[in-house]
Design a protein around this ligand. Structure first.
Ligand code: FES
Length: 234
């Protein structure tokens, strides 16, 4: 998210608070400012992100995976959305040179399926990878076929998911062509995720504490096809 967009979201939230609607608004949550980096630790160039490719990074915790996507064309802007508990929020839209880059928590809001190093049941499908079940240009979870529109704040378009994927707020620096994660917007499910997968996350990350450690100044972005041995298609 560009700084002015972030300020707009904060301003909208403040206005709603003044109007006595605090309970109905999901506020952006700030975490560490984390530069998106390549596997060599260098700043990732936004313009080098391939259109339609699934990229994975971890944010805001070491154990919570997110998708980074270049959708290839400008997304919707200021999309009104709602969490499972009825909190409203406005997803500001994509960032980057074409306002086409988006990031979401990769934890399905239905039963918390997520991409591991071994296997992924959830991913973005463009026209070349969609099937008769999964529509093109959507994030699809093969567990029970929830479908999310990444160009509209990961709004739920099908399946049992009760709310959009939690959005990761990004800032784009045009001078350096870099991306920085700054926080989340929408329905977080991190506590439930840590409880449900405590054992598995401890094995994957060395310990529970490590999985729940906050990501610091940098987070590494990896193509999903390298991150994960097997991508389930449905
Ligand atoms: S866990 Fe994704 S649809 Fe059920």
């Amino acid at each position: 998210m560009e700084r002015r967009d972030f300020i707009r979201v904060c301003a909208a939230t403040a206005i709603a608070l003044q109007g006595g609607k605090a309970a109905a608004d999901a506020r952006p949550r700030s975490y560490a400012r984390s530069l998106l980096a390549d596997e060599g630790g260098r700043a990732l160039r936004a313009s080098q992100l391939a259109v339609g490719e699934n990229y994975v990074f971890h944010y805001p915790f070491e154990g919570t995976p997110c998708f980074l996507l270049n959708l290839g064309k400008p997304t919707g802007r200021n999309v009104p959305l709602k969490t499972e508990t009825g909190e409203t929020y406005e997803w500001p839209g994509g960032v980057g040179p074409r306002a086409a880059i988006v990031a979401y928590s990769a934890i399905c809001s239905h039963q918390l399926t997520y991409p591991t190093r071994q296997i992924s049941f959830i991913s973005y499908r463009d026209r070349s990878t969609a099937s008769r079940i999964s529509k093109p240009n959507m994030i699809h979870c093969c567990s029970e076929h929830s479908e999310y529109d990444p160009a509209a704040g990961a709004r739920v378009l099908g399946g049992p998911a009760p709310q959009p994927l939690c959005a990761i707020l990004l800032e784009y620096d045009a001078a350096g062509d870099t991306l920085t994660a700054t926080g989340t917007l929408g329905g977080e499910m991190f506590n439930t995720f840590f409880s449900k997968y405590e054992m598995r996350l401890a094995l994957e990350h060395g310990s529970t504490a490590r999985a729940q450690q906050r990501v610091a100044a940098k987070t590494v972005v990896t193509p999903l096809r390298q991150f994960c041995k097997q991508q389930v298609r449905c």
